[in-house]
Design a protein around this ligand. Structure first.
Ligand code: CO8
Length: 259
């Protein structure tokens, strides 16, 4: 079904590997269309899905950026449309109601760093390298990099990385707050799956509401506190809330049904 994504289902976790190893998994139009399909309405059935791990094929790169060969001749209007379309795909990932964890196994540059930042959590292998090198090409990030990098690491360091095109390694990314964990090379996907398993033991509706409310903090015009109160109320109406409280009282593990 997909040509550029390899999807493997591991006990309720979809491990999605971007598979264009010869181009260091660069995001071409076809790959973006497949990501749009996967994370959009036609994507995986949510029932039984614990979460998604996104990673790159091979040992060298997570994703080395948007595919440079495809946008060398864009004019202003085409460039803006190209960027907006990519932003929509990454918004789908950010709003996905199950946890999406990036397993960053190498270079995460330009659109690759932006893709990792659109995921809810990031696990970096010790050889991972992050950067927004677009100014080297006479461009700026177009898939949300100027906005999301600041959210994660603050204005001071974000401006430095965006202006200098410097890359940071995994340990520095951890120190800056760009990634959640650093693991030995080759263990990125396993750690990402471990995180998803931990989250999968919680109430699925509550997890989806947390994602929605945290996203609201960063949505201009959204009233995050109002949304939180509404979402809290919606959780109160779920069977899982009753099960969670009963399990606590009975000193046993909760068995959530996602409703
Ligand atoms: N696009 C297309 N092909 C790529 C890309 C890319 N982003 N990155 C690497 N490749 C290809 C290389 O061309 C090369 O192909 P070939 O073997 O056919 O020559 C192959 O992958 C291997 O790459 P290298 O030989 O360069 O490998 P090195 O180990 O020497 O270097 C690097 C690895 C440092 C990662 C290097 O490949 C590099 O600098 N790549 C480009 C990184 C970059 O600039 N990324 C940002 C791209 S711009 C972007 O992402 C903007 C996002 C928003 C777009 C909005 C659209 C308007």
């Amino acid at each position: 079904m997909y040509s550029n994504l390899h999807i493997e289902h591991r006990d309720g976790i979809a491990v999605v590997t971007i598979s264009r190893e010869k181009a260091l998994n660069a995001l071409n139009t076809a790959t973006m269309a497949e990501l749009r399909h996967f994370f959009g309405e036609e994507g995986p059935a949510l029932s039984g899905l614990k979460g998604v791990v996104l990673t790159g094929a091979g040992e060298k790169a997570f994703v080395a950026g948007a595919d440079i060969t495809e946008f060398s001749r864009l004019n202003a209007a085409e460039g803006a449309a190209f960027a907006r379309s990519g932003q929509q795909v990454f918004d789908l990932i950010e709003r996905f109601p199950r946890p999406v964890v990036a397993a960053v196994n190498g270079f995460a540059l330009g659109g690759g760093c932006e893709l990792a930042m659109a995921c809810h959590l990031r696990v970096a292998g010790e050889r991972a390298r992050f950067g927004q090198p677009e100014v080297n090409l006479g461009l700026i990030p177009g898939y949300g990099g100027t906005q999301r990098l600041i959210r994660y690491i603050g204005r001071t360091k974000a401006l430095e990385l965006l202006l200098t095109a410097d890359m940071v390694g995994a340990e520095e990314a951890l120190r800056l707050g760009l990634v959640n964990y650093v693991v030995p090379a080759g263990e990125e996907v396993a750690k990402a799956c471990e995180l998803i398993e931990k989250i999968a033991a919680k109430a699925p509706v509550a997890i989806a509401k947390v994602i929605e409310c945290v996203n609201a903090y960063f949505s201009p015009g959204a009233d995050g506190f109002a949304l939180e109160a509404e979402a809290f109320g919606a959780c109160c109406d779920t069977e899982d809330f009753r099960e969670g409280v009963s399990a606590f009282m009975e000193k046993r593990a909760a068995r959530f049904q996602g409703r």
